[in-house]
Design a binder for this molecule. Structure first.
Ligand code: BDR
Ligand code: CA
Length: 321
């Protein structure tokens, strides 16, 4: 039986590839998408998520639940400078007419976990607000879930939104702290993304070359189109970081995991220079329980093949069978 998955996402560029990886694989059944505050304007994220499902011809089967529109405590700040104003680049601003599912995403997460105890893996590609709100409603959530895979944080690596912090943890550090305190998390951080979760020029060439024959490859070309101004035609594709596809790959194809370690991981929720910083006790110095499974290495070639094959053929299982 395929594993049940719920994807919590602030759907913009890289999130869409995580969603495609999961919905185009027979290894997992995506029960729903839940949307939380993050990359771009909330309603854009909802539309981007629905459009991604439509692209895979699956929008009628997978409900999209709207969740928290702001972080738990902090003022919200988007990442439009990374993902574009609407989140899918300037050329694509979808209006799908697909209705959202009835209900608040954190409540849906709790209901689904209770309905299928031990069966659901939460794949978290956004700031962790929805998951923290689900925990508030059901403190035993951890016992009800099979796994919680989180893209977030920067383990012994500089941040990508401030020198200290990675975007998802920085946006809602209060939620990240709660989730890492309360749940056994499988963590895919920004450092792992830079080491093992990028598409290089060769991989991008394969995708772009397939754009005429594959709507998924064409979608990639549209949303990751680099700014071509002043750039030579043949040197335009210079690689992309794919944090959310990497986290989803860890859930869908765990055999790609090459190294992992279990540590106590904490997040600084205070405002200031270190807001959102990931503090990882790799030397076991604190008396906090080590409970976060930090993924330290992934088979880079295998990940690239998985993502390229998904986008070129529309079959996420072809490279991993
Ligand atoms: C994370 O932040 C977002 O901008 C991306 O979608 C990803 O989830 C990377 O730091
Ligand atoms: Ca994301």
């Amino acid at each position: 039986m395929a594993d049940r998955v719920i994807i919590d996402t602030d759907t913009a560029t890289d999130d869409t590839l995580g969603i495609l990886l999961a919905v185009l694989s027979d290894r997992v059944d995506v029960e729903a998408l839940t949307i939380g505050a993050g990359n771009v304007a909330f309603d854009r994220q909802v539309e981007n998520a629905k459009y991604t499902l439509q692209l895979a011809d699956i929008a009628e089967k997978i409900p999209v639940y709207e969740g928290a529109r702001t972080p738990l405590v902090k003022e919200h700040d988007h990442a439009t400078e990374i993902h574009g104003e609407g989140g899918l680049g300037p050329a694509l601003v979808p209006e799908t007419d697909v209705p959202s599912a009835e209900g608040f995403a954190p409540e849906y997460i709790v209901e689904a976990a209770r309905e299928y105890p031990g069966e659901i893996t939460l794949v978290c590609l956004a700031p962790l607000t929805n998951v923290a709100l689900a925990l508030e409603r059901e403190p035993q959530l951890g016992d009800l879930l099979a796994d919680v895979v989180v893209m977030g944080g920067n383990v012994h690596t500089p941040g990508n939104v401030t020198p200290a912090a990675e975007f998802n943890f920085w946006v809602d550090p209060d939620a990240a702290k709660i989730v890492l305190d309360e749940l056994d998390v499988t963590l895919v951080d920004w450092g792992l993304t830079l080491r093992d979760g990028t598409l290089d020029t060769a991989a991008e060439d394969q995708i772009v070359d397939a754009a005429a024959d594959s709507r998924f490859a064409a979608f990639y070309e549209t949303i990751f189109q680099p700014d071509s101004e002043g750039v030579e035609e043949d040197s335009r594709w210079e690689g992309t970081a794919q944090p959310d596809a990497l986290a989803t790959a860890v859930a869908v194809a765990p055999e790609l995991i090459a190294e992992r370690g279990t540590y106590a991981v904490d997040v600084d929720e205070r405002e200031g220079l270190t807001r959102g910083v990931t503090v990882t006790d790799t030397n076991g110095i604190t008396d906090r329980d080590p409970r976060t499974d930090v993924i330290e290495a992934v088979d880079t070639d295998g990940f690239r093949q998985l993502l390229v094959e998904t986008l070129v053929s529309g079959d996420a299982d072809r490279s991993i069978e």
